[in-house]
Design a protein around this ligand. Structure first.
Ligand code: ADP
Ligand code: ZN
Ligand code: ZN
Length: 736
């Protein structure tokens, strides 16, 4: 008897499994699906996961190799997470091995044992207190004493960096006789601690109603927490998590970006006395694995992370929260193109737990699910505390003179608010100094040599920069076409607006917040500190400013250009623009001072803008959803996008033409009602030197689309032209 055949998922782009014999000396009854094995692959070794066990194989006996080592004694993942990963691979038409590669921490992919590094805990010794003379002048040690004081049963070493502590500081305390290390088994359960280290706010009536609704149902329910900016959604999350923890379960929280919202993280850490595990990008591989193990073994009560955190295993799942559920960053735009929000809903369903999707500007997909009765709608219609909603006004800038993107009434309004001691936020969704460099004599425009795009002028350091492929070059001093020296920098980006405002209002600091100024990790923290101080200042920034911040002293939000979304080619343009304006506007008047929003536009009569400013996001969302229904666009239909790129436009096109024919033949054979649109050139046809085109597949039913994809993808994989182009499939694309 040759023994069982292992069907192993390996990190390869191919959508298939690889067969191996079981490792020497391993009994058949010790093998199960979900264990990792080390296997020979070509000249190398690879770590894979057993995805199937069979008695037969098509590989000839002489070619069938044994696996080298069985790494895990148990399946690596809980059953529900394994099911989620299988579903992800199948739904997004991605190889299982590569899907696992995205889902697992690096060290597990490399074959490290799935256990925490050490079960080492730090604990204060009697007589240690923060003002102890031995530490009163050592900030780090003092902070360590404060944190350890909250953990009378010891703080796991794996979690020290989550609390901002260092090994050095703890070792110093140990030397001074103030702390000790203790070793204990990983499943040691300490006596229950008080959960909270801070008193919850008293929920207002709407918050209370939301919390009671959520508590009133057991098992899976998807809740859409639709609450205007500043309505206290975060407080609802905190109290829902508290109930989940009291019930002995764990909560998983997905947020768009961690670095941008340190304030929200602090609120979580301040509220709970149990460790809050934050999966931020600063973790090294070991810390990431430790956090993963702590979650899987149930030691971590609360896990917060960005989209990939959806693949964190939980021993006792109890609640999933997706904050800012409309945010595009939940969708991965390359490789495995999954949407973490959608996976979160499926996961909650698999684990039979509630899920809360929160936003002030819910996606049309989620609102559609509310209309269909799949999600339950929870509303917070008023701002929490004393804050009032901001007032909107549009300024028609047709034929008005602009200085660095600002018209005179806008500048005057800014001056007024500053004079009254308030803060002003200026929103301009363009980085750099000027979006265009143009020759005034012949009209030549500086373009990227690798993309169909203009170069952006930057001043700091001075250069031309392509925001699509990152190409940079020095700025020309004369026109390459007519040799004129009269080159002009047209339009305004954040740098120019910052410079102008600094000249115009020399008595007030101007803080610029965009990808460049925030490149350093501490930059955001530093700026937030200055903003929190409450002193009057100007904030100039891109959509980074729109994300969930709480700026209590901002009373004016100035939006310099609202027109982009009004004539966008993408059918999601209006939805995006309304979300962005509402979110940016939501930074105004969040505390006791009333807020005002001024919007510069060339299209003051546009119904979208009028409805948005007069009736708010909800009205726009309703209108847009009706329009999508009439046009048969998502979420009323389902789409997948086949993208192809090549050094030569013809090759990409030829591949897509042929793919289109294959799909048409298949839908005829299988009797599937699908529409093919294209192939057409992608919105920016040439990017980073490659030509890009796309083919859209659309169906009324999700299952129809997936049936087609299921048969079509294998054909594409073996397509002879497939090797000459780089192609990918994007199911439920958000970017087209
Ligand atoms: P959102 O997440 O909906 O934007 P937040 O949770 O950040 O709103 O709340 C906005 C502000 O209102 C915060 O300063 C918060 O402390 C305060 N707040 C929230 N709920 C309450 C409440 N029930 N009573 C008093 N203040 C509250
Ligand atoms: Zn010229
Ligand atoms: Zn470029």
């Amino acid at each position: 008897m040759p023994g069982p055949i292992l069907q192993v998922a390996l990190p390869s782009p191919l959508r298939r499994l690889f067969d191996y014999r079981s490792p020497a000396g391993v009994r058949a009854e010790d093998l199960c699906i979900g264990q990792r094995v080390r296997v020979p692959f070509g000249q190398r070794q690879m770590v894979g996961v057993i995805a199937g066990i069979s008695d037969t194989t098509e590989v000839p006996a002489a070619k069938l190799k044994p696996a080298q080592e069985l790494i895990d004694l148990q399946p690596l993942l809980p059953e529900s997470l394994w099911q989620l990963i299988l579903w992800t691979a199948s739904y997004y038409q991605h190889g299982l091995g590569d899907t696992l590669g995205c889902a697992l921490p690096t060290l597990l992919r490399q074959g490290e044992p799935a256990i925490a590094r050490q079960d080492l805990l730090w604990q204060l010794l009697p007589g240690a207190y923060p003002e102890h003379p031995a530490v009163s002048r050592a900030t780090k040690q003092k902070q360590a004493v404060q944190v350890l004081a909250k953990h009378p049963h010891g703080l796991s070493h794996a979690l020290i960096s989550q609390w901002g502590l260092t090994r050095d500081a703890l070792e110093a305390l140990e030397r001074k006789g103030l702390a000790q290390r203790i070793h204990q088994s990983p499943h040691h359960t300490a006596e229950p601690l008080p959960l909270l280290s801070d008193i919850p706010l008293k929920a207002n009536a709407e918050q209370q109603a939301a919390l009671e609704a959520i508590a009133g149902k057991s098992g899976f329910t998807a809740w859409l927490l639709d609450g205007v900016t500043g309505s206290g959604k975060t407080e609802v999350y905190l109290q829902a998590i508290e109930r989940c923890l009291v019930a002995g379960r764990q909560a998983l929280v997905l947020i768009p970006e961690i670095g941008l919202t340190p304030q929200t993280m602090e609120r979580f850490q301040k509220r709970f006395s149990i460790p809050v595990v934050i999966l931020h990008s600063g973790l090294n591989d070991r810390e990431r694995l430790d956090a993963w193990v702590a979650a899987r073994d149930g030691e971590a009560g609360i896990i917060i992370g960005t989209r990939s955190a959806i693949f964190t295993p939980l021993a006792r799942p109890g609640l999933i929260i997706v904050d800012e559920e409309h945010d595009l960053s939940f969708k991965q735009q390359e490789g495995l193109r999954y949407n973490a929000r959608d996976l979160a809903v499926y996961r909650a369903h698999l684990e039979d737990t509630p899920i809360i999707l929160g936003s002030a500007t819910p996606s049309l997909e989620s609102l559609h699910n509310v209309r269909r009765g799949r999600y339950q709608h929870l509303r917070l219609t008023e701002r929490a505390g004393n804050a009032k909603p901001p007032g909107f006004r549009c300024i028609d800038i047709r034929s008005r003179k602009l200085e660095a993107g600002l018209c005179r009434p806008m500048i005057e309004a800014i001056g007024e608010h500053l004079k009254q001691g308030n803060q002003v936020l200026v929103f301009i969704n363009r980085r750099g100094f000027a979006p265009t460099l143009m020759c005034h004599d012949c009209g030549w425009i500086a373009e990227c040599t690798r993309c169909d795009a203009r170069m952006t002028v930057h001043q700091n350091p001075p250069r031309l920069h392509c925001h699509h492929c990152d190409t940079q070059r020095p700025q020309e001093h004369e026109c390459p076409k007519c040799l004129s020296k009269d080159l002009r920098q047209l339009g305004a980006g954040t740098e120019r607006t910052e410079e102008h405002l600094a000249q115009r209002f020399p008595d007030f600091p101007v803080l610029r917040i965009d990808r460049e100024s925030m490149a350093r990790k501490e930059a955001m923290q530093g700026m937030l500190k200055r903003i929190q101080s409450g002193a009057p200042c100007l904030l100039v920034g891109t959509q980074m400013l729109a994300k969930g911040h709480h700026f209590p002293d901002v009373t004016l939000v100035a939006i310099l250009d609202a027109d982009g979304g009004l004539f966008s080619a993408d059918f999601r343009g209006p939805e995006r623009m309304s979300q962005l304006i509402t979110q940016v506007a939501g930074r105004a008047g969040r505390a006791d001072k009333p807020g005002q929003v001024l919007i510069q536009t060339h299209m003051a009569e546009h119904p979208l803008l009028i409805n948005l400013t007069e009736q708010g996001y909800g009205a726009i969302a309703d209108m847009e959803l009706d329009a999508r229904g009439r046009a048969g666009l998502p979420p009323f239909s389902f789409i997948a996008l086949l993208r192809a790129e090549a050094n030569n436009a013809n090759v990409a096109n030829e591949f897509l033409e042929s793919a289109c024919t294959l799909a048409e033949n298949l839908s005829d054979q299988l009797g599937l009602a699908v529409d093919m649109l294209g192939p057409v050139p992608s919105p920016m046809e040439r990017r980073a030197g490659r030509y890009r085109a796309q083919l859209l597949v659309q169906a009324k039913q999700r299952s129809t689309l997936h049936q087609l994809l299921h048969h079509w993808l294998p054909q594409l994989e073996s397509h002879p032209l497939g090797r000459k182009v780089r192609w990918s499939i994007d199911v439920d694309p958000l970017d087209m």
